[in-house]
Design a protein around this ligand. Structure first.
Ligand code: AOS
Ligand code: ZN
Ligand code: ZN
Ligand code: ZN
Length: 406
């Protein structure tokens, strides 16, 4: 027998002119990758608290990620970080993922950990260090090819701490040179997603500080380069939705690193703070899915959704499940926006009606909808409760403390 809450919800939405079959189809097909590093211990510069049961190697990180997929059904990809997830034989890691019902996703090169990178990696004035950095990027392209991943996520810690420390324009050219070498190594169906962040670890200037710099770099490199928006990487008050709309219109939105922030790059779990911002981000994406420009639609359909967060205090697998269901909830709400109603209000320049048409979708309780969608997908109606009832959390405690982190 159909759930009475769902019956009511369905009637309500049909009366509003919402096509629930389309909504459900979109909720089934969105995929959100989880980051391998989010399963390991992390912390601040003050302390990394060690939790019991944390994965001891990349294979165990995959097993934990498989739990998130098993319970949510929409997170089959696991982003990896090189060298944190370095293994001798990547075909083994790939096979291990497949045996557990997941696959390896975006490959994240690491150009910030080695002593040589103190003054920059791909922007370093020393050509030998730029060579080392470029070789690492090329190695990551090879790893991506081996594991069948189509995306490389690039974040550079490169920057300076003081005025005059380095030549900003020269560094821009060096970065382009290194990245074009990487670009040329990509297969036709691969893409590089270029992330930006306005500060940290550098405090005076960061070589890729905002979306405009990433966009400019991507445009110069070519169509296989796109912009990656990490929701934690903007100054306070930045209108992320606007950036998203702009990049979609330029057909250059590569993907997201979802997480929540209050002050800086806090990497708290997605949807925990300001869920309305995430809803409004999805509003831009949903509206692009119905754009009359086929190129914009295509971009909206090809967005790589990923989490990028650190669980310093909270249990890691449940935090990941909570994040995935939060993102799913806010996407579901955005799918309930009646875009025709918004458009009609816009045509009349009726500000209050337009804002209301958007916001009222946020106010619906989508729990009955998500329960039905999940049941139809063969995953638990309440992923968090089902995971907590499973014995997995207990079972991994035998791994002890001191699991592999970064
Ligand atoms: C760093 O601030 C970026 O968000 C990176 O995307 C990411 O956190 C990193 O690659 C994982 O170390
Ligand atoms: Zn990120
Ligand atoms: Zn970050
Ligand atoms: Zn972050």
């Amino acid at each position: 027998m159909a759930d009475k809450h769902y019956v009511l919800f369905e009637e309500q939405q049909k009366d509003r002119g919402i096509n629930l079959d389309e909504v459900k189809e979109k909720l089934r097909t969105i995929k959100i990758e989880t980051p391998s590093w989010g399963y390991g211990d992390s912390g601040t510069r003050f302390k990394v608290f060690q939790q019991e049961g944390v994965p001891r190697d990349p294979f165990e990180k995959i097993e934990d990620a498989a739990q998130v997929q098993k319970h949510t059904g929409i997170s089959p990809g696991v982003a990896i970080h090189i060298p944190w997830d370095y293994v001798d034989d990547f075909t083994k890691l790939k096979a291990h993922a497949e045996q557990h019902g997941v696959h390896l996703g975006a490959v994240n090169p690491n150009l910030f950990q080695d002593d040589e990178y103190k003054f920059g990696s791909v922007t370093n004035s020393d050509p030998d260090i730029r060579r080392k950095a470029t070789d690492h990027l090329l190695e990551c392209v090879d790893i991506a090819k081996t594991v069948g991943s189509k995306e490389l996520s690039l974040w550079f810690a490169d920057g300076t701490n003081y005025p005059g420390q380095a030549d900003i324009r020269k560094r821009k050219h060096w970065m382009y040179e290194c990245l074009s070498e990487m670009y040329n190594a990509l297969d036709e169906d691969m893409r590089m997603l270029i992330e930006y962040k306005f500060f940290e670890p550098a405090f005076y200037h960061t070589d890729l500080a905002d979306w405009g710099m990433s966009y400019n770099m991507a445009q110069k490199l070519g169509p296989k380069a796109e912009v990656l928006v990490d929701t934690g990487h903007h100054p306070q008050g930045t209108n992320i939705e606007h950036i998203v709309a702009y990049l979609l219109d330029e057909k250059r939105l590569g993907g997201f690193h979802f997480n929540s922030r209050k002050y800086a790059d806090d990497d708290l779990f997605a949807g925990s703070l300001n869920p309305y911002e995430l809803f409004l981000t999805f509003y831009q994406i949903v509206s692009a899915l119905y754009d009359e420009d086929a190129g914009v639609q295509k971009n909206a359909k090809s967005i790589a959704y990923m989490l990028d967060q650190c669980h310093n205090l909270e249990a890691k697998i449940p935090a990941m499940i909570r994040s995935i269901t939060n993102v799913q909830t806010l996407y579901a709400k955005a799918l309930l926006i009646n875009l025709d109603e918004v458009q009609q209000a816009q045509e009349k320049q009726d500000v209050l009606a337009a804002e209301h048409a958007v916001r009222k979708a946020f106010e619906f309780d989508v729990t009955p909808l998500l329960r039905v969608v999940r049941e139809e997908m063969g995953v638990p109606a309440d992923p968090m409760a089902a995971y907590l009832e499973s014995e997995y959390g207990e079972k991994i405690l035998k791994r002890g403390k001191g699991g592999a982190s970064w």
